[in-house]
Write a protein that binds this ligand. Sequence first.
Ligand code: UT7
Length: 335
Amino acid sequence: MTAATWTLPTGSPHAAVIGLGVHRAERVVPNAAIVDAIDSSDEWIQRRSGITERRWVGPDETLESMSLAAARAALTDAGIEPAQIDAVILATCTNTQQITGLAPRIAHLLGAQGPAAFDIAAACAGFSHGIAIAADLIRGGTARHVLVIGAERLSTLVSETDRGTAFIFGDGAGAVVVGPSDVPGIGPVVWGSDGEQHHAIELSADWVEAFGSEDRTLPHIAMDGAAVFRWASYEMAKVAQLTLDRTGITVDDLDLFVPHQANMRIIDAMAKAIKLPDHVRIARDIADQGNTSAASIPLALARMYADGTARSGDLALMIAFGAGLTYAAQVVRIP
Ligand code: UT7
């Protein structure tokens, strides 16, 4: 048998984030508006989670409209035309139109030229999974520009009477364009899962069970908050440290810490465990946005630009974790 010579793509030496865009859901919902239904208080919610208010979709907003708005803003920020996008990756766990993924439609509405387009379901860790995949696609020569979107409409799947979740979640979208680079812009990913704890955050019933039941109740997000809290506070600090080690840098080299916005106490616990020095600015977007799952890291980063906390060229440690349980972390040079 003669050995065939195949033509294989050659990638860019490195990949980098070259543009960022976000969309915050328009309805501001303060703690006072939700406490009665869960027998709680503004004081309890702030003390236990750091949240004072959250953003929920208004009547005209959808997962699609938020994704599109964030994607358009990211393309503009990157100076990239839709036709230059080779792949669209949408990270979401709240696309209730399960068949099919939303990414192809977003690509079409953007005016892209039929790129590869698919959704990924890694819950709150989805955006960081998307960045890792995008970087490898570019370094491997499969794509030149990849649009990564994290978008969630969690308010649809939250039970207003569930004490453990009604106050936590918010809606929004964030997107980045990842492109080729001559210098490192996205470090190695440290990612993984703990499927033994898959019941710690899940829908209360699967769709078929829910609608086959007598009362046909919409399923809602159910969470063993304390279990997730313990896992996130202890295990994710180790993942953060491993990410720095694999990248070959230390906390002293960082400018920004942009963790998933799950709970202000988890953010503080991680920062303390990895001994972040004072000069590292910490993202705290959760206070008035809520936990937006896959959208939380780009939304938090956008907030830091807007208030002057982040500057172009800063080195950020991003770490995301959530249902699955899944996690992913990487060091990113921000655009
Ligand atoms: O983004 C995906 C990943 N998700 C997360 O990372 C979320 C992780 N978990 C959390 O953020 C926290 O577990 C919560 C903020 C959800 C809850 O805070 P907690 O400190 O873990 O509260 P807990 O569930 O341990 O409950 C403590 C107490 C209990 O009362 P007792 O048994 O001590 O008397 C609860 O009954 O607080 C009570 N409680 C509430 N009280 C007022 C539980 N929920 C509420 C509430 N309002 N909403």
